[in-house]
Write a protein that binds this ligand. Structure first.
Ligand code: ADP
Ligand code: ZN
Length: 693
């Protein structure tokens, strides 16, 4: 097709096209009548002095068209606009199917993100940013995994889900090792036999060779894998295997949702509680919700599985929105770990003086014993938000916001600030609760622990797993292999080590300071901490079948009375959820309410503040009519918890309301309005944010 500027109605057709560019409206282009374009066709079009890809959405009748927005004048204008011609079809005539179009519309509206940019993610990954070639994960020779006949409990769940050929969400609440994965495999096999394809989504960190091999030995030559660290060539070949139908099961992290699967019949999401399904940049979508919407549009079952289901899913399952199944028994004989809480406030009389302050005498003794037996130890420290959380060294008191029920964080060494509503108070020397203790910021990290352990256990072989140390899956794989080969005695890590790892030699799991996660300024802090405690506790002595081999879990804390610890000791996750449900519903936090988070960024603090207050005005105006009916609240603006990042300052504004409030609409309108006043402040919106920090 040749580019031309004058439109001739007799020989040409006009198309409204969603362009892969950062604006919310469609643009109009022309194409000769005989040109093979239909709704969903991906085309290449000129834009300014360059070109972009776009998706043809609908034909437009020509006369009115001249008053429509166009590339050169985003606002409707009556002046004559020149219609540019579509340059070519793209990606060998790729057509986005009606179902994926529908899904992209939903994503764009719900997450308030330009449609063209959502659609772009559905194009084959050509010419994407080059990443360094990596060792292929799961490339080792496939050990064959035994296929077990399902036990009666597994079989019951399998049969119930299998009977649903239409949309429905099924939550499998099953303890670690209860045989969930075995059910997944059986379900995929069933739907594959019917000619379908399946999607298996899990947190990137759980894409271990162990998991991948289990799938590829069950479905030889029929598995494709997508994750962030493939080379471009690997990515393209995996993508094509799926879109052409030669691969039957696609395994991957959240982004594999964007690989269009022509005969998709089943979606399974493992570790459904995991917050890594949420993307925190650009299109801020939640992989789980997006997958459920895709399942709804395709009218197929969606299965969620976890040993520690999210409160959100659990409440929906209780309210009969989801089907609920529970597996409370391990599939193989197993003795659970002994779990003990260590009160760090207690002064230990016989404590050796060379122990670092974070280590209790008891933990030291147990570690020594395990290491002497040549078994393995894992120490866990949730570092997020550490340096800024303030504890009383005598009673463990931690400052909370009177309005928001989240912890206050320390700024400039003397100011305690709420990052939800902006409430602040100055830090007093003495603890307001016990009046004796001194409030101290806590700033311990995994690196410090590693250094201390090197001195304490000079002969032990150490490995550290955290985001500083492990930046690629292949590195994680190497560490896992050394642990399996017993080349590592002590593993130190953050939440990265809690996910799905399965080491036979691991006898002792120690939580260095379990309080940290509990006090991050986030309403999900309790839930996330509890999930982590359960997941980590499940790592210890996983293969123990005799009582004397049972694993051990030691939890160090300043606040042993916190209800979360009691639940872990009694291994009663459901009763934690019952309590958490009450707390959340009292405060109208999700799933009883909804949240939208605006994030504003600028290099100029003054501009930023002005813009934040302007935005607040718009939000107040547009949501006025919802304040009563939907109990809508506007919190902030307040500086973001990480106020300065890369020399850019950040503010945030939160809308909190009943679950039925049209949140996306309000946010979209505000963004549109505020964009009319030029400014160098960037604004993002995050619908249903996972992190408010
Ligand atoms: P989960 O996914 O719930 O953690 P898995 O499916 O990985 O559980 O099962 C845990 C272990 O039990 C695995 O080693 C698996 O091979 C074994 N297993 C699962 N189901 C059965 C069964 N029906 N009979 C015997 N072993 C089983
Ligand atoms: Zn507050």
């Amino acid at each position: 097709v040749t580019s031309q500027n004058s439109f001739s109605p007799s020989s040409e057709i006009l198309w409204d096209i969603a362009i892969a560019a950062p604006f919310h409206h469609l643009l109009t282009y022309s194409a000769p009548k005989e040109f093979p374009i239909q709704r969903g066709s991906v085309v290449k079009v000129p834009l300014r002095n360059s070109y972009r890809y776009g998706v043809c959405l609908q034909k437009t009748p020509h006369p009115e068209l001249l008053t429509k927005p166009s590339e050169d004048s985003p606002e409707p204008s009556s002046s004559k606009v020149q219609i540019k011609a579509i340059l070519d079809l793209a990606f060998n005539g790729l057509i986005v199917s009606e179902e994926y179009l529908k899904w992209a519309f939903w994503m764009s509206e719900y997450y308030v993100y330009p449609l063209g940019l959502v659609l772009e993610s559905l194009f084959p990954p050509l010419n994407r940013v080059q990443s360094r070639p990596r060792k292929k994960i799961g490339s080792k020779e496939n050990p064959s995994y035994q296929k077990w006949p399902l036990n009666p409990e597994q079989d019951e769940i399998f049969n119930q889900i299998r009977a649903h050929h239409y949309f429905g969400v099924h939550l499998i609440d099953g303890v670690t090792g209860s045989g969930k994965t075995e059910i997944y495999l059986e379900l995929f096999e069933f739907f594959l036999r019917e000619g379908g394809q399946g999607l298996f989504m899990l947190p990137e960190i759980s894409l271990t060779p162990q998991m991948l091999n289990r799938f590829s030995s069950r479905f030889p030559e029929e598995v494709a894998i997508l994750h962030s660290q493939l080379t471009p060539a690997q990515r393209i070949s995996q993508w094509q295997k799926v879109t052409t139908g030669s691969a039957k099961v696609l395994i991957g992290a959240r982004s594999c949702l964007f690989c269009p699967i022509p005969s998709l019949k089943l979606i399974i999401i493992d570790e459904e509680h995991d917050s890594s399904f949420k993307q925190d940049s650009k299109l801020r979508y939640h992989g789980k919700n997006a997958a459920i919407m895709l399942g709804k549009i395709k009218n197929i079952p969606v299965v969620l599985g976890s040993a520690t289901p999210s409160l959100e899913s659990w409440v929906l399952a209780q309210g009969s929105h989801y089907h609920y199944y529970s597996l409370k028994k391990k599939a193989k004989a197993h003795t659970g770990p002994r779990i003990e809480i260590i009160d760090l406030k207690k002064k230990e009389s016989l404590r050796p003086s060379h122990l670092p302050s974070w280590m209790s005498h008891q933990l030291y003794k147990e570690m020594t014993a395990v290491l002497e037996k040549k078994d393995q130890v894992a120490l866990f420290l949730n570092r997020r938000g550490t340096a800024s959380t303030v504890f009383c060294d005598s009673c463990g008191f931690c400052h909370h916001c009177p309005n928001c029920d989240v912890t206050l964080t320390l700024h400039h060494k003397k100011m305690l600030l709420c990052h939800y509503c902006g409430y602040q108070e100055s830090l007093q020397k003495h603890c307001p609760s016990c009046k004796v203790g001194v409030s101290k910021p806590y700033g311990l990290g995994t690196e410090q622990i590693e250094a201390d352990l090197l001195l304490l256990f000079p002969h032990a072989r150490l490995a550290r797993i955290d985001r500083d140390e492990i930046t690629h899956l292949s590195q994680l794989e190497d560490v896992i292999t050394s642990i399996e080969k017993r080349e590592i005695d002590i593993l130190i890590g953050t939440q990265m080590i809690a996910k799905g790892l399965d080491f036979p030699g691991l006898r002792l799991v120690g939580f260095v300071l379990a309080d940290i996660g509990l006090h991050t300024p986030d309403f999900r802090a309790q839930e996330k901490s509890c999930q982590l405690l359960f997941q980590m506790a499940g790592r210890s002595g996983r293969h123990a079948s005799r009582a004397e081999d049972a694993g051990q879990v030691l939890i160090q804390t300043y606040r042993p009375s916190n209800t979360v610890f009691e639940k872990v000791v009694t291994q009663d996750y459901s009763s934690f959820l019952e309590e958490e449900k009450l707390r959340r519903s009292e405060l109208s936090y999700p799933p009883f309410g909804r949240i939208a988070l605006f994030i504003l960024e600028s290099k100029k603090q003054k501009d930023l503040e002005e813009r934040a207050f302007h935005l607040k005005k718009l939000v107040s105006f547009s949501s006025k009519k919802y304040i009563e009916t939907f109990k809508l609240q506007i919190l902030g603006p307040a500086p973001s918890p990480i106020y300065k990042m890369n020399n850019t300052f950040r503010y945030q504004l939160i809308i909190k309301a009943d679950s039925k409030v049209p949140l996306s609409k309000i946010c979209h309108w505000c963004l549109q309005q505020i964009s009319k006043v030029k400014s160098r402040v960037t604004i993002y919106v995050d619908i249903d944010p996972q992190h408010l920090i």
